[in-house]
Design a protein around this ligand. Structure first.
Ligand SMILES: [Zn+2]
Ligand SMILES: [Zn+2]
Length: 443
């Protein structure tokens, strides 16, 4: 992002004036023309005036760098008046007042254009009824002429809408540069965000070359192809662990994950319960009932790919007090020269925290790491054969083995980038993903 050279604030009204960064239609070289434009809004909260959304700072959540509508106003609008009529073909919108969680953001909205600031017409391609994305690029079918553009907001997620940044592009097809960003899924049944699994974010950003990485954390219910497929598209996804046993989980909340797993467009890394979830989705799916080792009918097992390490006493479902656990640092041993293990020794220590385990690789997957010395759980890391999709029993996102975790994370991010990130829309030949060597444990 190239910031505007000059931004003027300090006007007494809500009508903070700013120079909007505009991108010329006839170039893809990030040449920008500064055009005088005035940003205004229906209301603003103290210190977060309309100009904050066009200050050239895309991601800052600082008060002065974003526009925030007044709390509980019910309806809001934010608009820009260009110095002269111009073409608009695409709009980049960065929403919300938290760096990686969608909150206090426009939920239901449409962009409108006007020649006179009085008569408005909708840009129907931008109409959104239930926004979930922090980062959104709207592309129009054809460029339109506008002297004024307005974001008309009918509902906010939270008490008020926040616009961190808005950028306008003349050509609907214009490539819009955007930094790599990751999706982090809280797979617990607790929908609180930020929540479980957010530890993936600082780990990823700590890897050399990834300090500018952006992210969004979402709940399991939000994780689906619609979420991923909108521009700008994510680099990869991470699935957290979870706590309930599988017979007690709402299977419907995993339907989007199942869709994503079947389509295989998104590079993924899943830890512990997230990895078990992927194995169950691959083997059983959400349309058939799931059980757990405590309620399993040995004659009619429902999810036999999932077991517990062992038991010292019989307990009801979800009560793990009679289960054998594996916790803390444990040795794992790689079985294949998978690129995700690059620069790691054949055996290394990782953090474990589980009593459940995956019994075998689902069809289309292979075991690439198993138990090292003193470790009970044999299935330590699975890899989908033809994709950078990994299911690990251990936790790279937990503290305890920081250098190993950083190496694994860095290797995975490089693989995801080489793959092309979320790749549904890629055409033509793609760089093949290095295949692990033959696997004696499963072949
Ligand atoms: Zn059960
Ligand atoms: Zn158990």
């Amino acid at each position: 992002m190239i910031p505007c050279n000059s931004v003027r604030f300090g006007q007494p009204s809500r009508a903070a004036t700013a120079l909007v960064c505009l991108v010329l239609a006839d170039t893809t070289l990030a040449v920008r023309a500064a055009d005088g434009a005035t940003a205004t809004a229906s209301s603003s909260s103290e210190g977060s005036e309309a100009g904050g959304a066009v200050d050239g700072n895309r991601f800052s959540v600082e008060r002065a760098s974003a526009w925030k509508g007044r709390t509980s106003a019910g309806r809001w609008w934010w608009q820009v008046e260009f110095e002269r009529t111009r073409h608009v073909g695409a709009i980049l919108q960065v929403s919300g007042d938290q760096a990686f969680v969608f909150r206090n953001a426009p939920l239901q909205f449409v962009w409108q254009r006007s020649a006179d600031g009085t008569h408005w017409s909708d840009l129907p391609e931008t109409a959104t009824t239930n926004e979930r994305r922090l980062f959104r690029i709207h592309r129009l079918a054809r460029a339109v002429e506008a002297r004024f553009l307005r974001l008309n907001i009918a509902a906010a997620a939270g008490a008020f809408p926040t616009l961190r940044e808005v950028e306008f592009y003349s050509d609907p097809q214009q490539p819009i540069g955007f930094p790599d960003w990751i999706v982090v899924v809280n797979t617990t049944q607790d929908a609180t965000l930020p929540g479980h699994g957010q530890e993936f974010i600082p780990l990823a950003k700590s890897c050399p070359g990834w300090t500018q990485l952006q992210s969004q954390q979402i709940c399991l219910d939000t994780f689906d192809e619609d979420f991923l497929g909108a521009e700008p598209r994510p680099l990869c996804g991470f699935l957290s662990g979870n706590f309930r046993d599988w017979c007690q989980v709402n299977r419907e909340s995993w339907r989007g994950s199942q869709e994503i797993l079947r389509h295989k467009h998104l590079p993924m890394w899943a830890s512990c319960g997230g990895a078990q979830g992927l194995a169950i989705l691959a083997e059983t799916g959400v349309d058939r009932p799931w059980d757990c080792p405590h309620c399993r009918d040995p004659l009619k097992p429902r999810t036999p790919i999932y077991t517990h390490i062992g038991h010292t006493a019989a307990r009801p479902c979800g009560d793990y007090s009679g289960c054998v656990f594996e916790r803390g640092l444990h040795w794992v041993r790689t079985l294949a020269d998978d690129p995700v293990f690059q620069n790691l020794p054949r055996e290394f220590q990782v953090m474990e925290n589980h009593c459940g385990q995956i019994e075998w690789p689902p069809v289309g997957w292979r075991l690439i790491a198993t138990a090292g010395e003193g470790t009970k759980t044999q299935t330590q890391c699975l890899r989908m054969n033809d994709r950078p999709i990994y299911a690990a029993q251990f936790h790279i996102e937990m503290g305890g083995a920081p250098e190993t975790s950083k190496q694994l994370m860095g290797n995975f991010l490089v693989l995801a980038k080489a793959w092309g990130g979320y790749s549904r829309y890629l055409t033509g030949p793609r760089r093949p993903v290095a295949q692990p060597a033959a696997n004696p444990a499963t072949d």
